[in-house]
Design a protein around this ligand. Structure first.
Ligand SMILES: [Zn+2]
Length: 289
């Protein structure tokens, strides 16, 4: 089916108390793996690329890849810009055909974040493309951006005002997760999440989920998270598959031989996370979109 937007997907997730997994893809094999996993579990799915990924190739390459996979699939597939770091990049993604856009102004001041998020909303909504923004700072290192020290969590009342003033469709919140690899088990401020949920009606998004225990993710979903982002663990899974083949057969020169194993590792990983998110079988209820 043609690519869909995150709008209906996340609203259905919010209504029915599950989340849609959003998986960062870096190459064709990862795209194929994510769609195969979603297809097998009859789940909606979001694929996303960061600024550094689209710098490596470009938006058109990734769009074509994901669109091709979506066209062949019978489940709803979204192409999302993850951590769009400028108004310009957001517009390039919109023009390239991305069906969901994140503008991340969380590294700037509060008013600057509002201004850029609002501008992206104004540009995207006429085309029916929903916008995700971020308030507060998710820790660790996402892409080339450093979450920095201190990692201020999202303030519920600020979140309420931010959503009202920007008109964004979903909001990434900072409650203690971090991008990259955790050194210990992260401690999440789930009470804060519930406080945000009480005053913000749009779907909430959890970033930096690789390495967060599944039970903690599910607790967050119960408290209002509708989109869960996984990036680091997909890289780990893909690389593990490739390495396993090359370590066993160092003379292999056909990329298909080792990439296939990377793809299989990612497929299995994504299937397990779709189950954690509770979106298994949910493609059925979204048939009308
Ligand atoms: Zn993120």
């Amino acid at each position: 089916m043609p690519l869909v937007t995150t709008k209906e997907l996340l609203l259905d997730a919010q209504r029915c108390g599950y989340a849609v997994g959003a998986f960062n893809v870096e190459n064709m094999e990862m795209v194929q793996a994510v769609v195969a996993a979603a297809q097998e579990l009859n789940s909606p799915v979001i694929m996303q690329t960061t600024p550094s990924t689209v710098k490596y190739a470009d938006l058109a390459y990734f769009y074509a890849n994901v669109k091709t996979a979506a066209d062949k699939a019978s489940v709803p597939v979204v192409m999302h810009l993850d951590h769009g770091n400028s108004f310009d990049l957001a517009m390039q993604a919109l023009r390239a055909g991305y069906t969901s856009i994140m503008i991340d102004g969380s590294h700037d001041g509060y008013e600057e974040n509002i201004a850029v998020s609002k501008a992206v909303v104004r540009a995207c909504h006429p085309s029916g493309v929903p916008v995700e923004a971020e308030l507060g700072k998710v820790g660790g290192k996402e892409d080339d951006l450093d979450g920095g020290e201190g990692n201020p969590y999202t303030d519920p009342l600020e979140a309420k005002e931010f959503v009202e003033r920007t008109g964004v469709d979903s909001l990434a919140v900072a409650i203690g997760t971090a991008h990259g690899i955790y050194s210990g088990t992260p401690k999440l401020d789930v009470e804060r999440l519930s406080e945000i949920r009480k005053v913000v009606s749009i779907p909430l998004v959890l970033h930096g989920t690789s390495g967060v225990p599944d039970e903690a993710v599910q607790e967050c979903i119960r408290r209002g998270i509708c989109k869960v982002n996984y990036a680091t663990d997909l890289r780990i899974a893909f690389s593990r598959g490739v390495k396993a083949v090359l370590e066993k057969n160092p003379d292999i020169i056909d990329p298909k031989k080792y990439n296939a194993q990377g793809r299989e590792e990612v497929r299995q990983y994504v299937m397990s996370k779709i189950k954690v998110c509770g979106s298994e079988g949910k493609a059925r209820t979204l048939e009308h979109i």
